[in-house]
Design a protein. Structure first.
Length: 228
């Protein structure tokens, strides 16, 4: 993702003033020349990287997932320090449209209890978290709209109140998310398949352009002006 983001950023006329990795970590003072930082690392690294960006008074866009159990803490810190945070489980425009489609379908299906929902997500073998952040966001939207489901499991569901998410990790698969509503007589499926990482990278760069000179915590809903 870092290489894809750099390629698109340069094409859009930006310059890269710092490159960092888990092996070559940065400190807050390294950000003096940066207008914005884009953070795609690992779940265990994300929060401390975000806090270092706050310390360096640098807006940060993060696409790392798997750390959202600390989201309330990070957002509170962002607001208290008057900093800028843009977070998303997925920066692809297509995926964010898929989120809206999933919500609307879930609203419709709540009136048809003969159908049950399940989800499958497939990613590359380098992706460490499972299920994906995108799958979790999709599942939480289904649960919010549903009177049947109250939780999700990353396995086959043990009871009718659990939404099943099955995760697969396959070489060179950027990302696929499938949602199925099945009854005894038919099924309805919606699927988003990414052909490469460019869509995610472009969305992250656009978010970085958008967040400059803004204060607060933002998501793709703010960038795309999507109603909840």
């Amino acid at each position: 993702m870092g290489k894809a983001i750099e390629t698109i950023a340069l094409k859009r006329g930006h310059s890269i003033v710092l490159r960092s990795s888990t092996q070559e970590p940065f400190v807050a003072s390294d950000l003096e020349e940066a207008d914005v930082a884009i953070e795609f690392t690992r779940p265990e690294e994300a929060v401390k990287n975000i806090f270092k960006c706050f310390e360096g008074n640098t807006p940060v866009v993060t696409g790392t997932t798997g750390w959202f159990t600390r989201l309330s803490e990070v957002k509170a810190e962002c607001i208290s320090q008057n900093q800028s945070l843009f977070y998303a489980s997925n920066f692809s425009l297509g995926v964010n449209l898929f989120f809206q489609l999933n919500k609307e379908l879930s609203r419709l299906m709540n009136s048809h209890q003969e159908y049950s929902a399940s989800m499958r997500e497939i990613h590359h073998t380098q992706k460490k978290d499972a299920p994906s952040g995108t799958a979790i966001s999709l599942a939480e939207d289904i649960i919010f709209e549903s009177s049947t489901y109250d939780s999700w499991v990353n396995d086959e569901a043990a009871d009718n109140n659990q939404l099943s998410i099955l995760s697969e990790r396959i070489d060179n698969v950027p990302g696929t998310h499938e949602i199925t509503w099945a009854s005894d007589i038919d099924k309805i499926e919606i699927i988003h398949t990414a052909f490469g990482r460019e869509g995610f990278a472009l969305g992250a760069v656009i978010a970085a352009e958008w967040i400059v000179n803004k204060k607060g915590a933002f998501t793709m809903k703010h960038l795309l002006n999507i109603e909840s």
